[in-house]
Design a protein around this ligand. Structure first.
Ligand code: NOJ
Length: 568
């Protein structure tokens, strides 16, 4: 080996050892966790695409649409439960944690789906529902039938009806109680959710071990992380009260350790509607808990701001949820597969949102929310784009749900949250191109302005001005500006009470994001030392402005580059 190649080998060796040391220390120099600046897309296999013409979506159908998903620019799919289940709660009532519902395909199909997604650089996060099982689960059967069975203690039983048995329901109005008498066991069992979803008893270490086993199992099959369903309820101790129970906070870092051990870097995305203070506990000290949490707190104030044009509370919520571990991230969303939960708003504020977005009682749910999709709520095309642009501008990772990209509507004739879970509208073909069967298992929206004949992927792909193309280009643009996902931010003051101004900084880059919540144009100045004398350059059309004099249309928005060197 001559001198030069020897030197080359040494340099390589040094570089390799150096990067390993950093990897072991868990302090990569320039590496950021993948989920921090990503774009997530939520799918239900059953309503996405049917490949075998039985009217039910399946994994082969989903695989056939991966190129479409890739073209949207998504980084990760959050997949709703696909496990065997009586599906009384759309799969959140699990019968077998290690299986695949035969309606959707085989274990081999699932593996292929994981592989094909990965080949396109798309990660997979699956829902894991650990708080409760289906009442038909063999564990519950064993538990209720035999007091001596080791499974007896896998669930939460009491001989006497607790005094607060009619408190702490997650689905008030539909669910009557949280403790129900089981005539087979001759005891009361606890269920935070529906009566057919008995809670597992996490004080029992055998249950904890089983949960860890489930988590390991799907990581080995290829998933990149979990959306952990109902986290606060997994760790609560119901015997200490239905409404304000004590919690086993230690379980969260334990779960995280299991994940890290099995697949370093795998994501735990927590579903928990909490106050900012409580959220901190779930993120944990030094990034020892959830790496990502859905920001339900901001979501409710965001809807209040959209309805009322008053942004003070939204700003407060954004600031209140600012503090989190460096490696952690918020998941921001507009709508998900459940109702918009407005429980934290004052009655008068909630009424204002109802009035604007869900005036009819059929649009409301559980005394706290609205069960509509975003498009029919906002109607105004301009406000829809505004809302999505805002979503891509919030400090966190944007999460959308299938069909949002085309502005799908809802079907209020379906019960509870099924209203927002209708089949994907691919084209103007019969059944919206979702299935070639004569009928879909759940009706496709075929009437009114949101019918598949008017709202579908095929027609929007062809239209450069469609919502679909707007979302695609916004997602692509966001990729070019990592300041939002990775940087530090500050909400800046303006002299318009309608304009939300967020200034992001990441390394030597900075970006100013502006949103006018009013339906009327606003001419305003952005205050603060930071922007003094700097020129602003629009990232969309290259136009310039100065912080002292900016105009935005009604529901207008803009991202401006602010670093002086990048706008030369
Ligand atoms: C939260 C899920 O988002 C919801 O759809 C489900 O009904 C409950 N958890 C119970 O699993």
């Amino acid at each position: 080996m001559n001198k030069i190649s020897w030197l080359f080998v040494r340099v390589l060796f040094f570089a390799f050892s150096y990067s390993k040391v950093f990897a072991q220390d868990n302090q990569p120099t320039d590496q950021v966790p993948w989920y921090k600046n990503s774009f997530f897309y939520n799918i239900e296999v059953g309503t996405f695409k049917d490949s075998n013409q039985d009217g039910i979506g399946d994994f082969r159908g989903l695989i056939s649409e991966l190129d479409y998903l890739d073209s949207l620019g998504i980084d990760a799919i959050w997949l709703a439960p696909f496990y065997p289940s009586p599906r009384k709660d759309d799969g959140y009532d699990v019968l077998d944690y290690y299986g695949v519902d035969a309606k959707y395909g085989t274990a081999a199909d699932v593996k292929e789906f994981f592989e094909q997604a990965h080949r396109r650089g798309i990660k997979i996060i699956t829902d894991v529902v650990l708080n409760h099982t289906s009442i038909e689960h063999p564990w519950f059967e064993a538990s209720r039938r035999d007091v001596k069975s080791p499974y007896r203690d896998w669930y939460v039983w009491q001989s006497e009806r607790p005094k607060d048995a009619d408190k702490g329901m997650v689905f008030p109005g539909v669910q009557k109680e949280t403790w129900t008498y089981d005539s087979i066991a001759q005891q009361y069992y606890f269920h935070r959710f529906y009566v057919f979803q008995p809670d597992l008893n996490y004080r029992n270490t055998a249950v904890q071990q089983e949960a860890f086993k489930i988590m390991r199992f799907w990581l080995r099959q290829g998933v990149d992380g979990y959306r952990l369903d109902a986290v606060p309820f997994i760790i609560d101790i119901p015997e200490t009260g239905s409404e304000n129970p004590q919690r086993m906070m230690d379980l969260v870092p334990q779960m995280r350790s299991v994940m890290e051990e099995e697949k370093p870097g795998a994501l735990m995305l927590g579903e928990a509607n909490l106050s900012p203070e409580e959220n901190k506990d779930y993120f944990g000290e030094n990034n020892s808990g959830m790496q990502m949490m859905f920001n339900f707190y901001v979501n409710q104030y965001l809807f209040y701001a959209l309805a009322s044009q008053k942004i003070k509370l939204l700003i407060k919520a954004i600031e209140e949820t600012k503090e989190k571990p460096e490696a952690a991230q918020w998941g921001h969303f507009l709508r998900n597969h459940d109702e918009i939960d407005l429980a934290r708003l004052k009655d008068r504020q909630r009424r204002e949102v109802y009035q604007r977005f869900g005036p009819d009682t059929t649009m409301q749910l559980y005394d706290r929310g609205i069960r509509r999709r975003l498009a029919p709520m906002l109607q105004n095309n301009k406000q829809i784009r505004f809302a999505y642009h805002l979503l891509f501008s919030l400090p966190g990772t944007p999460v959308i749900r299938y069909g949002e990209e085309i502005g799908m509507g809802d079907n209020l004739e379906l019960k509870e949250r099924l209203a927002v879970r209708t089949p994907m509208q691919w084209s103007a073909a019969p059944q919206g191109g979702f299935t070639q069967a004569a009928k879909a298992f759940r009706p496709v929206i075929d009437k009114g302005p949101y019918s598949y004949k008017n709202v579908n992927v095929a027609s929007q792909l062809k239209d450069p001005h469609s919502l679909l193309n707007f979302i695609k280009s916004t997602a692509a643009l966001r990729k070019e500006y990592p300041e939002i996902g990775l940087g530090k931010f500050e909400v800046l003051k303006t002299n318009s009470k309608y304009v939300l101004a967020i200034h992001y900084q990441y390394k030597d880059k900075s970006l100013l994001s502006l949103h006018n919540f009013s339906d009327r144009p606003q001419r305003f100045k952005v205050k603060g030392e930071l922007l003094k004398a700097k020129q602003l350059l629009s990232v969309t059309d290259g136009s310039t402005a100065i912080p002292q004099d900016i105009t935005l249309d009604g529901y207008g928005f803009e991202w401006y580059k602010t670093s002086s060197d990048s706008i030369k």
